[in-house]
Design a protein around this ligand. Structure first.
Ligand code: NAP
Length: 299
């Protein structure tokens, strides 16, 4: 049955620029519909420099929560009342929501806006859900040192990884990222792949629509037989790296699991309810497949 929009319907959205290509509305609206939550999720174009104004609008209009994408992930920090420890350490917020006490307020000014970063938790949960891997005690090798890599590095260390090795094109950025893992973190080289339990590609190498689409971040023949690979790319669903892993019998996953599980954390922040993970996974897979067939542009 089609959901009815009424005076009670609550609003969530994603702010960014550009943002019309975002897959988030499909994933969250599928979740709201499945869970019979009276809310809608829309894409909200917000120009660079306007993040604080968007958070003020959230306070006064009763918007339930916002996902945050480029270029606002740093700027919203100053506009929130509280920041989670992980967002503080990453200096990046991808989710803004109302603390539980003010979630059900009927609009009006609410001074309890919280900022969080959900990518790292999404990575850990997606690895567990799809590949059955717990990071405690593992040697985790992360390729890349950008926003996604930093979230993964911090989350891997918090999950108890014994070693977190960062390999990146720019060594200075690798060093800055490795610090997030504390004593477990170090800058490494491709030689470290031979001792890895978990390898994470957080570079765009292999991403469709780029001049690196045919490239692999590393050669999976360098890995031990029981290593697993997580490629954070979800467009295409199977990158050249994942195809090579599959041929070599290396257990691997694409970026859909992280995409879904970071949205699960956000949904739970927005609604205070457990997320319908299967419905969100089905919606994410459908929208990724649609996009791969050229019906929806890249996210
Ligand atoms: P980013 O901040 O731009 O960082 C990109 C990283 O990749 C940088 O460390 C960069 O190295 C490195 N890199 C870029 N081009 C390279 C090349 N040609 N050769 C070697 N290294 C290269 O990007 P991001 O936001 O972290 O995203 C990275 C990837 O993760 C993207 O594929 C994105 O789609 C994916 N992602 C997935 C999810 C998910 O939910 N599944 C979430 C976020 C991101 P330098 O430091 O030297 O520039």
């Amino acid at each position: 049955m089609k959901r009815a929009i009424s005076g009670r319907t609550q609003l969530c959205g994603v702010i960014g620029s550009p943002v019309r290509h975002s897959m988030s509305p499909v994933i969250y609206n599928a979740a709201f519909e499945h869970a019979s939550i009276d809310a809608v999720f829309v894409a909200m174009p917000v120009a660079a420099g306007q993040a604080a104004a968007a958070i003020e609008a959230m306070r006064t209009t009763g918007v339930l929560g916002l996902s945050v994408t480029m270029p606002h992930k740093f700027d919203v920090i100053a506009a929130c009342d509280h920041i989670s420890d992980r967002a503080q350490r990453l200096q990046s917020v991808n989710c803004v929501y109302r603390a539980a006490a003010s979630r059900n307020a009927n609009g009006g000014a609410v001074d309890d806006i919280v900022g969080d970063s959900t990518d790292g938790a999404g990575f850990v949960a997606g690895l567990r859900a799809e590949l059955g891997i717990e990071l405690a005690g593992t040697h985790c090798v992360v390729l890349g040192a950008g926003g996604a890599a930093r979230a993964v590095i911090l989350a891997a260390a918090e999950a108890g990884a014994g070693r977190v090795t960062v390999i990146n094109r720019s060594p200075d950025r690798a060093a800055q990222a490795a610090v997030l893992a504390g004593d477990a973190g170090k800058v490494g080289s491709p030689d470290d792949l031979a001792t890895a339990d978990v390898v994470v590609n957080s570079t765009p190498l292999g991403m469709a629509g780029t001049d690196q689409a045919q490239n692999m971040a590393f050669d999976p023949s360098l890995l031990r037989d029981d290593a697993v690979v997580s490629d954070l790319i979800y467009h295409p669903l199977e990158t050249p790296l994942l195809a090579a892993c599959r041929s070599a019998g290396v257990a691997c996953q694409n970026g859909v699991a992280m995409l879904v599980h970071q949205a699960v954390v956000q949904y739970e922040h927005f609604t205070g309810q457990p997320a319908p993970i299967e419905a969100m996974t089905a919606a994410a897979n459908a929208v990724v497949a649609e996009r791969a067939s050229g019906q929806i542009s890249d996210s």
